[in-house]
Design a protein around this ligand. Sequence first.
Ligand code: HXC
Length: 510
Amino acid sequence: MKDILGELEARRDAARAGGGQRRIEAQHAKGKLTARERLELLLDEGSFEEFDMFVAHRCTDFGMQQDRPAGDGVVTGWGTVNGRMVYVFSQDFTVFGGSLSETHAQKICKIMDLAVQNGAPVIGINDSGGARIQEGVASLAGYAEVFQRNIMASGVVPQISLIMGPCAGGAVYSPAMTDFIFMVKDTSYMFVTGPDVVKTVTNEVVTAEELGGASTHTRKSSVADGAFDNDVEALAEARRLIDLLPLNNRDKAPVRPFFDDVAREEPSLDTLIPDNAHTPYDMKELILKLADEGDFFEIQADFARNIVTGFIRLEGSTVGVVANQPMVLAGCLDIDSSRKAARFVRFCDAFEIPILTLVDVPGFLPGTSQEYGGVIKHGAKLLFAYGEATVPKVTVITRKAYGGAYDVMSSKHLRGDFNYAWPTAEIAVMGAKGATEILYRSELGDPQKIAARTGDYEARFANPFVAAERGFIDEVITPRSTRRRICRAFASLRTKKQANPWKKHNNIPL
Ligand code: HXC
């Protein structure tokens, strides 16, 4: 018996050693943790239960039968994050560069199937040279099996990808189909074709970091949702995100103990809106003042900064926030901000996370680049996302709500449950100056007349009361009382039930 136990331990030690000390040191020298070290930081201490530690590849080409490391380049299993179950896989770059073989893919598929069956998130740590070159099409088939599971799991359990090394070629499409992607600055990259192929085909000279590094994907492409300085920070932030999310689409997000007054008044909000309607202010200040303990988890902070998306808690419950940001492009909607917010709204709706919308929007950004880029279809994504969402929706208009953008931003007409406005709200087809210039074109030569007309228009429309008279705004609230009002609103909506008509699926303007 002793011998058998000894053999088991020896086999386990060999599996845990991955590709050996030399390769582990090389991994550390790059500033990267190993696959197992990452899982230790991601999961609660001692909670990891491993599957398939002894799985080995079955490839016999290129002398591969001589080299069959236990585990085959990916560590899989489940564990807990603050006591809540998650399924995990972590690719081991020290074993064949973390490349994906048929058996490596089977290990990932096994835990994805269990995650869907048992209703728990999948967290994938990607650090891989891509398809296992020695295995050819078997490896490609393995990728497709993972892709199919990503698709089936979408909207059923949260899927989070942590990119902590190379992720190239078709391999990028598995993370791309997950809900959130976090990258590590300087040590991770994602691209469909690498710098050498790019040089050959387009003659562009570009580094891997420029082509697909963390800052490229969080600032330019919006492929990734967050960029972090190192593995440790990315893993800690992943834990924070998991804490905010439900385990599956039949579950509610966890309610955490909170140490904040639900009725907390914020007198400073009464003066948040500047006297001049063209002067910007920081919408994030409002978000922080509304949130329990001022805690805000921002998603895509560096992309389309004219709209802010992320999670807060109110009375301990997770709420998704979408807010126009007057500090950037006056908070207008454009292609990028519409896409960013639409995806976020759909995530919240899929996982029953209520949505708070804070509105200060002068309209859609004009221009040929927007029109040629298809702002009509992209803007419609956000409109569609809000209109189909059946989760509790509370909206607060702080200042401008002009034109189509008024309709889009979770208006009453898109089944907003509570639509509040501050007294500073201006709800109109457009700003007073633009409106008078169109209505009184013949008087444009007379600045005094135009100024008077603009004043009249402002007095008539630059307020929340025209909309409130029609019931499009449920109540005009004092800014200082906003936290109390929205907390009560969401509390009253906890039992909300709303369903859309049966359909196979909708045809959102992609
Ligand atoms: C098998 C691989 C491998 C792969 C790396 N290795 N990639 N083994 N299949 N795809 C092995 C190396 O042989 C080496 O083994 C070890 O991993 C570390 O690799 P290095 O090259 O020494 O590391 P580094 O210098 O850090 O470079 C990392 C790398 C590079 C940039 C990822 O290895 C590389 O370019 N690999 C090939 C990438 C690729 O073309 N993959 C296929 C893409 S197509 P030893 O024994 O020396 O430690 C694809 C399609 C997916 O993925 C399709 C889905 C539909």
